[in-house]
Design a protein around this ligand. Structure first.
Ligand code: ZN
Length: 415
């Protein structure tokens, strides 16, 4: 089995369902370029025919150096042929190099939501995928509600996957659409699926409704799937999608898998995560794994002094591998070691008995007591430190001043 994991980004489609996110065409193009520079294999651009933004995006798609652009859509409607379905045609003929079609695999959903017979649903999957596979280089089948469907009726759910596979789908993507499945269930169910369909034809698409989207994706990979779908910063409807920004370094640095995001590209990860937040006017999550501003921040005095000796004492990976920085936080909670580390970062030589160090620590304590806070105010701390060492020039000098006081009588205000 190959150790190469293919990354499929759904930020521009699932991410568009995030509350508070409204992509313009320009946003989509800018995000696609960022994802391309990172080394993502496939970028899902949206749903051609579903809205004017996605039509405009596919009408003039960005030129990408590495990534393949995918169009998303759904299987043909019941009661008409794949060739005679305008919705399907808009997706298949969008010009994208890959087409991902979602279809139902949960018998309950087929009857309750779709209102068609289970056999007809499987024909809809097979004929639609066959139509896509004839027209574009790569057809994918998004097996909606697969895990719920498998629990309800494994034979029917697997039959839906096989209909897509025999019709020519390159990837069969197992979706936890409602986000309610747990890692041990994913591992057990995917193990059953790979008995019928090889793992290098399977993908995983998880939602984060139990906070397990990343864990579920990793469980699926361990069980054999070789395509992972997710979004940047976990954007997505409700609780979001599996966060690719967490998954990518975990796959590479912890589990030894290869992806398109390696070496120099992996070092772009923090930047890409923050640029996309910036584009969407969202505050970056300080506590995001790997890329958050606090991911390698050490505030406790004990931690900072150990990290100064060897970073491995309190860091699970080297922050530079993902383009992040170590941050020694200084506050009245932190110890002498934090202050020494920060002062050295500023290029100032300092020993433990330096009287300027004692002055600085005293100043921090006094000011924090009176309401200032230096945790997160790096520039203010730098000024305070430089003043302690006398290296801030006096930019202004008061040579003299004049005070003028005046009082006037204004009749208009006498009511
Ligand atoms: Zn989804």
């Amino acid at each position: 089995m190959t150790d190469r994991i293919y990354l499929y980004d759904t930020t521009l489609r699932d991410g568009a369902q995030t509350q508070g996110v409204d992509f313009s065409v320009g946003d989509k193009v800018a995000i696609a370029r960022q994802l391309d520079s990172l080394g993502i294999d496939t970028i899902e651009g949206g749903w051609p025919g579903a809205n004017p933004t996605d039509d405009a995006f596919f009408g003039d798609p960005p030129k990408l150096a590495h990534a393949c652009l995918a169009a998303f859509g759904m299987t043909r409607r019941a009661g008409r042929s794949a060739e005679n379905d305008p919705g399907l045609a808009a997706v298949v003929k969008s010009g994208a190099g890959a087409v991902c079609l979602v279809g139902k695999t949960w018998d309950y959903h087929v009857r309750a939501a779709l209102g068609v017979e289970p056999d007809e649903n499987q024909r809809m999957i097979g004929e639609s995928i066959a139509c896509a596979a004839r027209t574009v280089p790569e057809a994918l089948f998004d097996a909606e509600h697969f895990f719920d469907g498998f629990k309800a009726d494994p034979a029917y759910a697997l039959g839906c996957l096989e209909a897509a596979l025999t019709a020519g789908a390159r990837w069969i993507v197992l979706c936890d659409t409602n986000g309610g499945v747990l890692p041990h269930e994913v591992e057990a169910i995917v193990a059953k699926v790979v008995e019928r369909i090889p793992g290098d034809r399977l993908g995983i698409h998880c939602h984060n409704d139990t906070g397990n989207a990343v864990a579920n994706s990793l469980a699926a990979v361990r069980a054999g799937v070789r395509q992972v779908q997710g979004s940047v910063n976990g954007l997505g409807e409700r609780c979001g999608n599996a966060d690719l920004v967490t998954l990518i370094p975990t796959l590479a640095l912890k589990l030894g898998y290869r992806t398109g995001v390696e070496g120099d590209r992996l070092q772009r990860l923090t930047k890409v995560s923050r640029v996309i937040d910036e584009l969407l006017n969202r505050a970056p999550n300080r506590h995001a794994p790997y890329v958050g501003a606090s991911a390698f921040a050490h505030k406790g005095g004990l931690h900072a002094s150990a990290v100064a000796k060897d970073p491995r004492t309190y860091e699970h990976v080297d922050p530079t591998l993902v383009g992040n920085d170590r941050n020694i936080v200084v506050s009245d909670q932190s110890g002498r070691a934090n202050v020494i580390a920060r002062v050295r970062d500023l290029g100032q030589d300092v020993g433990p008995d330096d009287p300027a160090l004692a002055r600085l620590i005293e100043a921090i304590k006094e000011r924090e007591f009176s309401g200032y806070t230096y945790d997160g105010a790096e520039a203010s701390l730098e000024l305070l430190a430089r003043r302690a060492w006398g290296s801030v020039p006096e930019y202004f000098e008061v040579e003299g001043f004049r005070v003028s006081v005046e009082r006037r009588h204004n009749a208009l205000v006498r009511l």
